[in-house]
Design a protein around this ligand. Structure first.
Ligand code: ATR
Length: 273
């Protein structure tokens, strides 16, 4: 009996929550597999990756700083990984090499669908704050879901302009100074920056939205960010960011271990512990 193995590779990797998520699912489904953490430096990444299939690994998650390298060296890649420009989920192929996918956007969308079932991307514009790697995945997935227009704001405007040029004319770049005013008329508001995270600067914004707006944050430490607290006080709907992390793990687990797992309150509590 082969015990399929998977892991998350990063540098550093100690703080990754992925082993808890996959460990819980392995146990819940009675699968005799393993999911571990591998600290691998950028210099060693590609050579180490090649050794894994012979050691029983069926695939891996990759995180910072390997996400772009993983995509660039893939034998196969999904359209969404190519569009996002980074991979987070690799599946080793029988004849060598690996297929690279990016599940962050799917995780983002499925978190909203699970926790705000009435939310509809098509119902109006979105305001997206930030233009880093997380923003790319979220822009891609919001566009794929049919969001008619996305207002994109970033402290460094040139990065937002570059994303707009790449993702097309449904993206409208606005000034960072105008983010508060822009909240008045959007169906979806997403913070993809690190602002508001424990130990980081606050996100300074005044919301002018109400019950027709869904506000969500990729920051999940704290779980209730100041943005989400303000949104609740103003009567907006909110979804916290922890579910994105949990949902992005689903496709990898299914590809490696053959069972599609679910995201529930038990898993949330295990990851929050
Ligand atoms: P990730 O891949 O997690 O998205 P990133 O590429 O470092 O990380 O992007 C971080 C995002 O947070 C960027 O949009 C960044 O804005 P800049 O492009 O101007 O750097 C944003 N960010 C970080 N600190 C910020 C701050 N103090 N004020 C405004 N935006 C900030």
């Amino acid at each position: 009996m082969i015990h399929p193995k998977a892991a998350v590779i990063g540098w550093p990797i100690e703080h990754s929550k992925s082993p808890r998520i996959h460990g819980h699912w392995l146990q819940k489904h009675g699968i005799a597999g393993e999911y571990s953490r591998l600290a691998i430096s950028p210099d060693d990444f590609l050579s180490e990756l090649k050794t894994l299939p012979a050691r029983g690994f069926v695939g891996v998650n990759v995180t910072i700083p390997h996400k772009e390298t993983a995509l660039a060296n893939a034998a196969q890649a999904t359209d969404r990984a190519r569009a996002i420009g980074a991979a987070n989920t690799l599946v080793f192929l029988p004849n060598g090499g690996y297929r690279a996918d990016n599940t962050d956007g799917e995780g983002f969308i499925n978190n909203l669908k699970q926790n705000a079932p009435n939310w509809d991307a098509k119902s109006g514009s979105a305001l997206v704050l930030g233009a880093g790697g997380a923003s790319r995945a979220i822009l891609y997935s919001l566009l794929a879901e049919g969001t008619p227009e996305i207002l994109l704001a970033n402290r460094t405007k040139a990065r937002a302009d570059a994303l707009a040029a790449e993702f097309g004319d449904r993206i409208k770049v606005i000034d960072w100074a105008d983010i508060s005013a822009a909240t008045a008329d959007v169906a979806t508001l997403v913070n993809t920056t690190s602002l508001g995270m424990t130990g980081q600067a606050p996100l300074e914004i005044t919301l002018h939205c109400g019950q027709n707006t869904l506000v969500t944050d990729i920051v999940y430490a704290p779980l209730q960010t100041d943005l989400l607290k303000q949104a609740t006080a103003k009567g907006c709907q909110i979804v916290d960011g922890l579910g994105m992390l949990l949902h992005q793990a689903v496709p990898g687990f299914e590809a490696w271990f053959g069972t599609r797992p679910s995201v529930d309150e038990t898993l949330r509590q295990i990851v929050l512990k």
